[in-house]
Every structure is written in C-alpha cells, then in structure tokens.
Design a protein around this ligand. Structure first.
Ligand code: MV4
Length: 596
C-alpha cells in the first residue's frame, strides 16, 4: 500500500480524501493556490505545497508544477478528486510516465469515455442500451435533418461529442428548430472542448437522471453499489441527490438490471477504481448517457446506504489490491439524501453569492453528515466552485430521511453569505418531492419554485429575470483580478479571471441603466454581461416572440443566449457579430405592436 498520497484538489473533496487516507495510515500531501493559503484542506494535510497563483490554470490545473511537487514530496500516488484534472488523460499518462500512480482508471478508459460518440459505439457493442440515436458524428445540418426526420423523429437532442454534464446539449422540438440546436451544440462543443462534432439522440421528454456507482479492481472484480437519483438539477447542475432511486426501488428486479448495465459498461473499458454510469430512466427503461471516470460529488449518499467507503475502495484498486467487498456483500439499507449547500441566491435566479463566512455552525446528531470545505471565518471565493458543503442525511426510509434533512437544514447556521439552505428547505417540504414526481426542468421552469414561499424574494422586474453574471475584483499578493462568475443560469458556474491593471471595471446596476422611465425604458434589451458578440439571430424590423433567441454572447468560454424580454418588433439593433460588448450596453429596442 502507498505510504504517501498527494491530493490534487481543494475544498471538501480534498478533505474527504484525506480523511480516508488517515484511516488507512497513509500520509497526505495538500497542494494549494495563493488564494488557498489558509484553506481547511491545507491545515488538514500532513504536508502542503504552494502550486502558484490564484487562478486554477496557475495552480490546480498546473500539471508541470504538480509533477514537480510530486517528485519533491515523494508521494507514490495522486488522488485527483473531482473537477480540475480528474478526467484529464494527459495528466494520468504524465503521472504514469513519472512512475507515480494515478488513483483512477487507466488513461485509455478516460479517453474512451471522454468522446461521447466513441463511448456510445463501445457501449452498443457491449450490449449496453444507449438512448436511440447516432453513434457516428453527424457531419452536417442536412444530414442531421435527414436522420432526425427519417430515423429518430422529433423532438431530437443534439449533443456535443466532447461534451458531458449537459454542456453542448440542445433540444430541437420541431424541424424548424434543428438548425439552432445543431449550430448551438457545435459551437459550444468547439468552445469548451475544441471539438465541434455533434451527435443526435431521441429526446426523452420526462426522464429521471439515474446513475450507478461502480467499483472495479485489477483482479477482474467489477461490482455496483446500486443507484442514485439526481434529477433535481438546474441548468445541468445537480442540487439534490438521493439513494436509492425511488423509481427504481418501485420495480421488481430493476436494480439488478440497471446494476448489470453499469457493470457491463465498466468492463467494456477495463475500468479500475470508482466510477459512475449516468443514464436516463423513463417508463421502466434505462439508457446509458455517459460515464464519469472519477469519484463524484454525490458519492456520499451511496456510502450512507451501503456503509462502503468509496474513496477507500478506489485507493485499494489503484494500489493493485482487491476490492474489500464482493457484489454479495453489497446491501442497501435505508435512504440517504444530499443537499448541495452552494453560496448562491435562489431568490435571485441562483446568482453566485461568494463572500466571507462569519459565524458558522454545522448541523449534527443522528444520521447527519456534513462534508465541508470551509469553516468559520473561511471564504467562498468567486475564483472556484461555490460549494460551501454537502449536507447528507440517512434514515430508515425516504420520508424519515426527508424530515431529518429538514431538521438538519434548520440547524445549519451560515453567516455572511447567501446559500441554498432556504431553497432546499422549501423544496423538500413540497408535495411533489414527497411523491417523488418526475421533475424535468423543475427548477428551470420554476414549476415548483412558484409555489415555494421561501425568503420573500422581491418579484424581479420582467427584464431583470435572468441574472447571468456577477463581477468581482479579487486581490491576491498585490495582483488584482477581475473575475466574472457566470451563474448556473448558463450551464454551470464557470469562474474565469484575467489580471487587471488596477482600475476595476464596474458592472452597471440594472436599476440604473434601465430605470428612470427614459426613452428606451422597458423596450430596451441590454447586455447582462461583458463579452464578444458571437451570433446575432434577428434583423432590424423583425417581429420577435418573447423568449426568442436574439443573440449569443461569448464570455469566458461560455455561450450566453440572450432572449427577447418581450414580444414586438426589433426597432433598433445595436450589435454586430464579432464585436465586443460591455455589460449594460444596448442590444436592441423591441417595441410591442400594442404600444405603437
Ligand atoms: C437528455 C434528456 C432527454 N433526452 N437526453 C444531459 C445531461 C444531464 N444533466 C441531463 N441531461 C439530459 N439528457 C435525452 N436524449 C434530458 C436531460 C435532462 C434531465 C434528465 C433527467 C432529469 C433532469 C434533467 C434535467 C435537464 C436535462
């Protein structure tokens, strides 16, 4: 077994891994960025090394520096956690070349699952059911149209081959929407993954997100630990996860069937370690979506119902040992729920809400687990993930677990920043949650949110609905960084930073630029963020519907779709493709027919 392991991550997952290392008698090495000098994961480790500047690129994504530190500290293995370099095959290979063990699957498995078309092809060959659609890239819009019309039927999902987790995912409900979906998915694929390749799937209208936890060792043992339901998402960000999945528990033999699908999928890529098969469940059928070749945020709910330490099994497997459990040993007991306690303001469309934590008191008592990355006096910086902690509870069944979660959420005290605690409390108290109703687009559509009476949110003005980004200035070691956090409103929090030359740019306040009953007033559509005008989809004089796509602004490698705030005629169009645009700058003036 290893005697020293470097944890190439930060926050709660770094601490989670270190806890298991300590129990296994293995020394832990932390790495950190300039922003994280005082972070909990640094204090928790036996040794700690500075990687570099505050941005992820300078620190947690800095492969060269990580290899240096690995050599210097003498760790025999590296645990990547999730995010950052966890699914980076080049990093896994570089470690292998340096004679250091990557605690995860072989680089070949990361590669195989990284390309979603390749993964679909492999899975189909292995007898794993995939969502009906193409396994070959779709070359052109014409080809997409032909396949959609003649083979799949509408609605159709267009997905980026390099994608995953909902990035580069578009839906065309009807034929006339296919071009937008095709081009949108390709563009996003190009931006995020430098790969414009897309493929098509039949769009399932009301599925549940069900995933299977897999463990595999180098001795040919591949087992599953049952499934999780992660259907409560917003813009593809999971918010609440539970195990087991209510919809699977209700059907005789279904767990074994889904479990076998997961095991077959893992075997097909010679998987080693802990991994997850993500899939869609609808009308008693299960379809493979993608495999995550890492330990996931929500692995804890499976740990609670199985009693198995997933991180420990992953380390054993990486060290060449056998899993400590067999499939027969795996027994699901009770029910577990996890709420992600993000520093976000649900009443402001989940706007990121980083800041310094004041007083802080975690819930405890029977069946309560809190995996946190910060503590009293700690800081959630806009530079990284906005998660404060994961609150996980266990109880004998779903109803009791729900009550326990509500109790625990009530005990949680976090001063200084807004978190999702009120949102979770409200959601878990609904009848829809109690009935485990299907909930596609639940949070997006505000289908339930409408009924939630949490934290009196001032009704946003019609044109203020989509809070998409927030600007911050972060100062580290005398350098100033302008950071734009693009809210989960656009496919996840992506913090990006660029050093600034002092004079911090100020984001105009919406009220200021729109209020006052000025000439433009409520007709004016302004840019909610700074970026580059990527595509303009309307012309001057054109009639548009409320919600119609007007333009796409590229900012920090994210595509931001700007839609019409009202129906009417585009009287003025102030933007051109390829030009930079400032936050608050006018895009268009849309006059409603009635007002003429
Ligand atoms: C889908 C889908 C419907 N049809 N694919 C992809 C990433 C993950 N976040 C969910 N994804 C979906 N892929 C096809 N062919 C619907 C979703 C989906 C979803 C599924 C179950 C529960 C909640 C969901 C929320 C958003 C999207």
């Amino acid at each position: 077994m290893f005697s020293k392991v470097l944890v190439a991550n930060r926050g709660e997952i770094a601490i989670r891994v270190m806890r298991t290392l300590e129990e296994m008698g293995i020394a832990s090495v932390a790495v950190y960025s300039e922003l994280d000098r005082d972070a909990l994961h640094v204090q928790r480790a036996d040794e700690a090394y500075l990687l570099g500047g505050p941005t992820a690129a300078e620190s947690y994504l800095n492969i060269e520096k990580l290899l240096e530190v690995v050599k210097e500290c003498g760790a025999e293995a590296v645990h990547p956690g999730y995010g950052f370099l966890a699914e980076n095959a080049a990093f896994a290979r570089a470690l292998e070349d340096a004679g250091v063990t990557f605690i995860g699957p072989p680089a070949s498995a990361i590669d195989a699952m990284g390309s979603k078309t390749k993964a679909r092809e492999l899975m189909q060959a292995a007898g794993v059911p995939i969502v009906p659609g193409t396994t070959e890239p779709v070359e052109s819009l014409e080809q997409a149209m032909e396949i959609a019309k003649n083979e799949i039927g509408f609605p159709v999902a267009v997905k980026a081959a390099g994608g995953g987790g909902g990035k580069g995912f578009r839906v065309a409900l009807t034929e006339d929407k296919l071009q937008d979906a095709f081009e949108g998915a390709a563009r996003e694929g190009e931006k995020f993954f430098s790969d414009a390749t897309v493929y098509l799937e039949r769009y399932l209208p009301d599925p549940r997100h069900v995933e299977v936890q897999i463990l595999a060792d180098r001795h040919g043992n591949v087992i599953h630990l049952g499934e999780r339901d992660c259907s409560i998402q917003r813009r593809h960000q999971k918010l609440i996860e539970e195990a087991p999945a209510p919809v699977v528990a209700g059907i005789e033999g279904m767990r074994d069937r889904i479990g076998k699908i997961g095991v077959d999928a893992a075997k097909a890529v010679d998987y080693v370690g802990a991994g997850t098969i993500e899939g869609l469940f609808q009308d008693g059928e299960y379809f493979f979506l993608e495999m995550n070749t890492r330990v996931q945020v929500e692995h804890c709910v499976t740990e609670m119902v199985t009693g198995i330490d997933i991180v420990r099994e992953g380390i054993l497997a990486a060290a060449g040992e056998k899993l400590s459990v067999t499939q027969e040993d795996v027994e699901l007991k009770g029910h577990a729920i996890e709420c992600r306690i993000n520093a976000e303001d649900a009443s402001k469309n989940f706007a990121p809400a980083p800041g310094k934590i004041g007083d802080y008191k975690e819930p405890s008592g029977p069946g309560v687990r809190v995996d946190s990355g910060v503590g009293p006096g700690g800081e959630v910086t806009p530079m990284y993930d906005p998660m404060v902690s994961k609150l996980i509870v266990w109880d004998v069944d779903r109803e009791h677990a729900t009550r326990r979660m509500l109790r625990a959420l009530g005990e949680y005290e976090i001063e200084g920043l807004k978190t999702l605690i009120p949102f979770h409390s409200a959601l878990l108290a609904t009848e829809q949650w109690a009935n485990a109703e299907t909930c596609r687009d639940l949070v997006e559509d505000k289908k339930w949110l409408k009924e939630l009476a949490f934290e009196a949110a001032p009704a946003p003005a019609e044109d203020e609905e989509e809070k998409v980004s927030q600007d911050y200035t972060v100062e580290v070691s005398g350098r100033r960084f302008d950071v734009t956090v693009i809210g989960p409103a656009f496919g996840g929090v992506a913090a990006a930073a660029a050093p600034t030359n002092g004079g911090a740019r100020k984001a105009p306040k919406r009220g200021e630029r729109k209020g006052g009953g000025g000439a433009g007033g409520a007709d004016e559509l302004v840019s909610p963020l700074q970026g580059n005008m990527w595509k303009v989809l309307v012309e001057q004089g054109q009639q548009v519907e409320e919600g119609q796509l007007i333009c796409i602004i590229e900012a920090m490698k994210m595509e931001n779709e700007i839609t019409a705030h009202k129906a009417g005629v585009v009287e003025t169009l102030s933007v051109k493709e390829g030009e930079p645009i400032q936050s608050g700058a006018p895009i268009a003036v849309i006059k409603s027919a009635a007002a003429e």
